[in-house]
Design a protein around this ligand. Structure first.
Ligand code: ADP
Ligand code: ADP
Length: 229
């Protein structure tokens, strides 16, 4: 069964004369990592935000884990969706500790369960020594891991990442990319990452979707795309 299924989603921003996302459809199975690539302005971020509920489409249907979360103009609020989001600039809360940042999205759990969940997630992301620190005391790579831990702690069905590696230098980028892939695979989580970097796409993803002018041109495995560029 598909974890996420998107059917004919379109979105036009107010005052725009073309659709930012135009009739996009695709689905992903549980555990698959999809890289969304395409030139700047092709609609990648908009598509991610539509899935997260940070933007609303004009038409189309989105199902997540068998539940309809978008149907035309009716859509479930972002905080009710089982998605986790990692932003390009990490968007950590500067006045909260690493522990508090990771605990932030956890609802309906008692204090002990929150502690357990945060520690489990933090161990997985290798941040054990840093729980009492504040974001500014960490390197870019470490902040990236905190952002990932915060997105994963509520155990979302779908992880969404917008240019997650673009603020890292080249060497760190190779390392963090591999770590992120391993963490996602270890959790068996389904993920979509937006990137303009083909190396990110080819080394992290199981499938690559190419966007142009709001349309999804092609979606395939890295091997198939490499042999048919
Ligand atoms: P990408 O992530 O591929 O760079 P975007 O989804 O950011 O593409 O943008 C797709 C198109 O929508 C672009 O033409 C962009 O200028 C436009 N766009 C993006 N965000 C907004 C917005 N908030 N208001 C109006 N137009 C927007
Ligand atoms: P990205 O390429 O990573 O999507 P951009 O630099 O295109 O980022 O956009 C940064 C911000 O500006 C986003 O919040 C986007 O929604 C907004 N934006 C982009 N294009 C437009 C536009 N034409 N009109 C209004 N807001 C826009």
């Amino acid at each position: 069964m598909a974890i996420i299924e998107i059917n004919n989603i379109s979105k036009r921003y107010r005052n725009a004369d073309t659709n930012a996302v135009e009739d996009v459809s695709f689905s992903l199975e549980k555990g698959e990592i999809l890289a969304l690539v395409g030139e700047s302005g092709s609609g990648k971020t908009t598509l991610l935000r539509l899935i997260a509920g940070l933007e609303h489409p004009d038409s189309g249907i989105i199902q997540l884990g068998g539940e309809v979360i978008v149907s035309g103009r009716k859509s479930l609020p972002a905080n009710k969706r089982k998605t986790g989001m990692v932003f390009q600039d990490y968007a950590l809360f500067p006045h909260l500790t690493i522990f508090e940042n990771v605990a932030f999205g956890l609802k309906g759990l008692n204090k002990k369960e929150v502690e357990q969940r945060v520690h489990d997630t933090i161990n997985l992301t290798g941040l054990k020594e840093d729980v009492k620190k504040y974001p500014h005391q960490l390197s870019g790579g470490q902040q990236q891991r905190v952002a990932l831990a915060r997105a994963l702690a509520p155990r979302p069905e779908l992880l969404l990442m917008d240019e997650p590696f673009s603020n890292l230098d080249t060497i760190l980028r190779d390392q963090v990319r591999e770590e992120v892939r391993q963490i996602i695979k270890a959790m068996g989580i389904t993920a979509i990452l937006v990137t303009h970097d083909t190396k990110d796409a080819f080394s992290t993803a199981d499938k690559i979707a190419v966007m142009l002018n709001g349309k999804l041109l092609q979606i395939d495995t890295p091997d198939a795309l490499y042999n048919d560029p």
